[in-house]
Design a protein around this ligand. Structure first.
Ligand code: NAD
Length: 298
């Protein structure tokens, strides 16, 4: 494919930097978000503003969505003035949001009836990965479709085809299991150490070099100790992912005892109105349980 016209829908924390990379790489972009200011920002960076998802689809060969959840993808694709009303047969649709694998499959199958080639391509790497074009992109779909879209993925990060349609979302669910459980573990470690009288910054420093080293300690450890919970990836969205994981575990008959406990901690954070904090803000829930503030820098 010579440089296709790209439509990008969902210009939030992730979608804004991702779409800017595509513009900077010379792609012609048509963009839409339900928040008008986000559309203005990306139009100012060189994209064409659209006023519906349908208009994006009419003007594009490859349509990408990066919206919060399964119902948002269904609304963008099949809602009034949605992608399905404007998309041409032979076009490509790639959903890069994190949604339920079952919904990724049903959306792809319905669009395939209109002659559309579909991939699921959720990402990992967070806002920093999106800004640095260093996302890990987990794809599901046909190999030839993946190979045709790969040059676009290469602008935003590194893409791997994991299997048939929906496989990207399965791998993303696995990713979110590890990230959630690790955040809970780091939170417990910092709270234990702090209550026992050790400077939590020292804990971050020492553990970052040993077997316990991990992305959460590396990217979030110091910020957690400083009480900096600006998102990043919101607790609200990780809770959404944990609901997807619980459902997927039920669908496939896989017990998830550790993830289940962490799910309850994220639910607690939601009930306590902490959903807009970065997911590393789970530390505040563990601190409250221990009756101590491990954070030193707030
Ligand atoms: P966000 O809430 O910042 O952005 C989502 C955007 O989608 C918003 O601007 C919203 O207005 C828009 N939107 C919602 N419904 C729409 C519709 N029907 N039509 C057009 N626009 C619509 O969320 P985000 O942090 O950018 O995350 C997007 C997706 O990527 C989520 O599925 C999330 O789980 C996933 N993700 C996020 C991160 C992260 O670190 N933020 C990392 C990996 C994956």
């Amino acid at each position: 494919m010579s440089k296709p016209k790209i439509g990008f829908i969902g210009l939030g924390i992730m979608g804004r930097p991702m779409s800017k990379h595509l513009i900077n790489a010379g792609y012609e972009l048509t963009v839409y978000d339900i928040v008008a200011d986000s559309v203005k920002e990306i139009a100012a960076a060189g994209a064409t503003a659209a006023s519906t998802c349908k208009e994006v689809a009419e003007n594009s060969d490859v349509i990408i969505t990066m919206v919060p959840d399964s119902p948002d993808v269904e609304a963008a694709v099949f809602g009034e003035n949605g992608i399905a009303e404007g998309i041409k047969s032979g076009s490509y649709y790639v959903d890069m949001s994190t949604i339920a694998p079952s919904v990724a499959i049903s959306v792809g199958e319905r669009l395939a009836e209109q002659g559309v080639k579909c991939l699921d391509g959720p990402v990992s790497g967070g806002d920093v990965g999106a800004q640095n074009a260093a996302l890990s992109i987990m794809c599901g779909g046909e190999e030839d479709v993946f190979n045709e879209i790969k040059p676009i993925f290469d602008i935003m990060g590194k893409a791997v085809l994991c299997g048939k349609l929906g496989s990207g979302q399965i791998v993303k669910a696995c990713n979110q299991v590890l990230v959630a459980v690790t955040i809970a573990g780091v939170s417990e470690a910092l709270t234990l150490g702090a209550k026992a009288g050790v400077d939590p910054l020292k804990i971050v420093e020492v553990l970052s070099g040993g077997l316990a080293r991990c992305g959460i300690l590396e990217n979030r450890g110091e910020r957690m100790v400083n009480g900096d919970f600006d998102p990043g990836f919101r607790i609200r969205l990780h809770y959404k992912d944990l609901n997807i994981i619980q459902k997927t575990g039920n669908d496939f008959g896989v017990p998830l005892p550790v993830t289940g406990s962490v799910f309850e901690l994220f639910k607690t954070a939601m009930v306590q109105d902490r959903g807009e904090l970065d997911h590393s803000g789970l530390l505040t829930v563990i601190e409250d349980m221990a009756g101590i503030q491990a954070r030193t820098g707030e």
